[in-house]
Design a protein. Structure first.
Length: 494
């Protein structure tokens, strides 16, 4: 059997962490088995459709590298892969069920259904459809249809009234439900569009889906789907209902936990490699100790028997750790290319664009160990690209730890003088020269270095000082040291 799995999103929102984890598991299983990963857009809920949602979903998959083998934009032998383009097929199957006595038209109005539910609640019964249209004769159906005045009836599935529905789930084992608890669900709405309960079964059969791996929230609805498969004489797929991704309070991850769309993580500077690695561990594990796993390793080892039966907690701090590990593993050239878009996006507007790649590359090794996300880079490196960093004079007192203003000015000017005469403007001779200067001035190394750091970067904390000075270059460094001394002198006079 060739494994065929699918991701079938409804464009009623953007792709978030929990759904992305489910997509990843489907994709990894297909790749592990040499099967097919099918993308299908289930766009039949037109009232809740969110503009731009499809584009967001496609862009999210592309960023994560979860490429579909079949689907919109890719094609394939079972298309079309957009439900709104398959309406004739759903009506064909629904009509066949009606003719077989396994489905029926329901003529109840919205008002009738609301009154029915209200009466059931008042009587202490669970609300549900009472099947009043199920036993209508053909003459009664014709009369009811004529009375609709052009409004189309819905089509309901005729659920067996007795017996049980049993199916097998890979993670949950055998599940049995009494048919008396199941309602006659709507298959085709009055607007002519199919419901999810009906359309996805037709699609999964037509597209030869072998495994349905989805969220556990669909478990209560699965007996409806099973009965529909049986009514149509179709083979069931293998069901795998995945435990939820949880928030810190062990409840399903949601907006209240700060859950954000996948592309917001991209825009914040997370690497897709880190995100894929972390998502894979939300409900699956290779063993009890291996954490860092690249895509090839995951594909080789992803099997259903390693899935967890319990929900996994999404931990942003852990994701940060993964992202830092992957950033530190990048080559300088690769990291440079990934950082440039973030620098160009977030550096002050007066910094000329495009940035000089060679200059960016000079500074990348200085911050690589300090980055948690790519989005951290602009705040760490803005001093390298502005004409002159804004310096808060109060920082000197903090950085130089009590050195008097006059001595600080003298130290900055002396540093400029010594560095101007330095034959080799490189980190090691720069450090040697500045250490000697600190001794000559009677300052602690940390005091002089702290003042110079503020002068050239505008920050109390910065990348390693001597490498930073070397990367800035002699001309820029001298100009900033002298400007800082002048600023301190003017502050003293004022």
């Amino acid at each position: 059997m060739t494994v065929r799995v699918r991701f079938a999103p409804s464009p009623t929102g953007y792709l978030h962490i929990g759904t992305a984890r489910t997509v990843l598991f489907n994709w990894l299983f297909a790749r592990h088995c040499g099967g097919a990963f099918v993308l299908r857009i289930e766009d039949t809920d037109k009232e809740r459709e969110v503009p731009g949602a499809v584009d967001n979903i496609l862009e999210s998959l592309a960023w994560l590298g979860l490429d579909p083998d079949e689907g919109p934009g890719v094609g394939g032998p079972y298309g079309p892969y957009v439900q709104s383009e398959r309406l004739d097929r759903y009506h064909e199957v629904a009509q066949a069920l009606v003719e077989a006595g396994k489905a029926y038209p329901c003529f109840c109005s919205t008002e009738e259904l609301a009154a029915m539910r209200e009466r059931q609640r008042a009587e202490g019964r669970p609300p549900g459809y009472d099947r009043r249209c199920r036993a209508l004769t053909s003459e009664e159906r014709a009369a009811r249809a004529a009375a609709l005045g052009g409004r189309r009836p819905v089509i309901r599935f005729a659920m067996p009234l007795e017996g049980k529905t049993t199916w097998h789930d890979v993670l949950r084992g055998e599940i049995t439900v009494d048919n008396s608890t199941l309602d006659d669900f709507v298959m085709i709405k009055s607007d002519g569009y199919p419901t999810y309960n009906f359309a996805h079964v037709v699609d999964d059969h037509d597209m030869a889906i072998t495994h349905v791996m989805r969220a556990e929230e669909f478990v209560p609805s699965t007996p409806k789907f099973v009965q529909l498969y049986w009514a149509l004489g179709w083979d069931l797929p293998v069901y795998v209902h995945l435990p939820d991704v949880l928030g810190h309070d062990k409840k399903k991850l949601s907006k209240r936990h700060g859950a954000t769309a996948i592309l917001e993580y991209r825009d914040a500077g997370y690497l897709p490699e880190a995100m894929v690695n972390y998502l894979a561990l939300l409900g699956w594990a290779y063993d009890d100790r291996t954490e860092i796993m690249d895509r090839a390793f995951l594909i080789e080892h992803f099997t259903l028997d390693k899935l967890s039966k319990h929900g996994a907690v999404f931990n942003r701090e852990k994701l940060d750790w993964f992202n830092g590990v992957y950033i530190r593993a990048l080559s300088v050239d690769d990291l440079t290319d990934r950082l440039i878009p973030f620098l160009e996006r977030d550096l002050p507007p007066d910094v000329p664009r495009p940035l000089d790649r060679a200059r960016v590359r000079q500074f990348v090794p200085l911050i690589q160990e300090r980055l948690v996300t790519l989005g951290d880079a602009p705040a760490l490196l803005d001093f390298a690209f502005v004409e002159r960093p804004a310096v808060d004079p109060a920082l000197y007192a903090l950085a130089a730890k009590g050195v008097e203003r006059d001595l600080l000015c003298a130290g900055l000017l002396a540093a400029a003088e010594r560095l101007a005469a330095l034959p080799d403007f490189a980190p090691e001779p720069i450090e040697t020269e500045l250490r000697a200067l600190a001794a000559a001035l009677g300052l602690k190394v940390g005091q002089l270095f702290g003042a110079i750091r503020v002068a050239v970067t505008g920050k109390k904390d910065s990348p390693p000082l001597h490498q930073t000075v070397a990367a800035l270059g002699r001309e820029v460094t001298l100009e900033r040291l002298r400007a800082a001394a002048d600023q301190l002198q003017r502050e003293a006079v004022a």
